[in-house]
Ligand binder design. Sequence first.
Ligand code: 9MG
Length: 371
Amino acid sequence: MQRSIYIRPLGIYAVSRDAASAETPRDVWGGLPLAGGPLAFSALEMLERAPGGTIRRIVGLGELFERDWGRHTLAASDLIEAIRAPRPRLAGLSLDRPRLMGIVNVTPDSFSDGGQHEGAAAAIAHGLRLVDEGADILDVGGESTRPGSDAVAVDDEIRRVIPVIEGLRARTDALISIDTRKADVMRRAAAAGADILNDVSALTHDPRSLEVAAESGLPVMLMHAQGDPKTMNDNPQYDDVVLDVFDFLEQRIRACVAAGISKARLVVDPGIGFGKHLVHNVAVLNAMSLYHGLGVPVLLGASRKKLIGQLCNVEDPKARVPGSLAAALHSISQGVQIVRVHDVRETRQAVAVWEAVQAGSEAAIVRPAVS
Ligand code: 9MG
């Protein structure tokens, strides 16, 4: 059954670290903590699907608690609790400050100019460089999921990613996620030392992936996509993209929990660029804080993507770094816990400045500066 209402936190502001970790809402004066992190919210937008289109109402927190919401009361209180509750650690990583996931693509157009072995060595060196630059997670992927790209055979994908995961595991304690849609790749990657599964199909592509993910015991990143990479951006269709993405992710969380993957192991991602035109991508980015209502950490990947090129008329993905930084900073100021990026050094610098300015203190910069 489709849910009746949705809640998007608004009026988001930074709170001191002590207040952010406090259990009781009273400790954040005038607001409620956002997912137990460094931010709080003081108002919200209530969204309701209606025959003529979504109805939106902006409500202060005071009004929320004073007014009788009739048939929406239970749904509203469940959503507020999901938005407010602190998130557990992810594979040991605390999510009380923004975390960076560095991209390590192991596809023929990235590192394999000199053959399979040289490709793996270059990918490992790249991953280690990203860790030096401040990556908390390395996302290793052997199948391009760019719009229009062809699927890769499972054996080829395994041949590409396993030596890289093994090489990284032997050399760094940074978390490693495996970016794959295939159950066999997940199983082999877990055995090689991967800490997290990142599936752009939210465990829908491979009929065995739910079972394998459950057995692995690893956390899972569930991303929204409409359609397959080959054709997904031809003609995406939504009633209300922001709410449709929410419903899809909520339904995938339920499927995971039913398959034995606890909610504490899940992360959601609205999937920028996956079956979405510019109008959809911008709407989703605008509404990022809504996804905290799913009660699990939120991940965003907009780095170097086409929407930045479209908004700024920049053809070359490598020239989209400033736009990527804007998307990353926007999302962390909405309480997004993890951003997936190519340009770790630049993003780390931007986030450090954001953290210091939010807190009004340079002491808020919790990682040493990188060159
Ligand atoms: C593999 N991959 C490419 N883009 C991505 C995104 O936006 N999110 C996640 N989770 N994975 C992605």
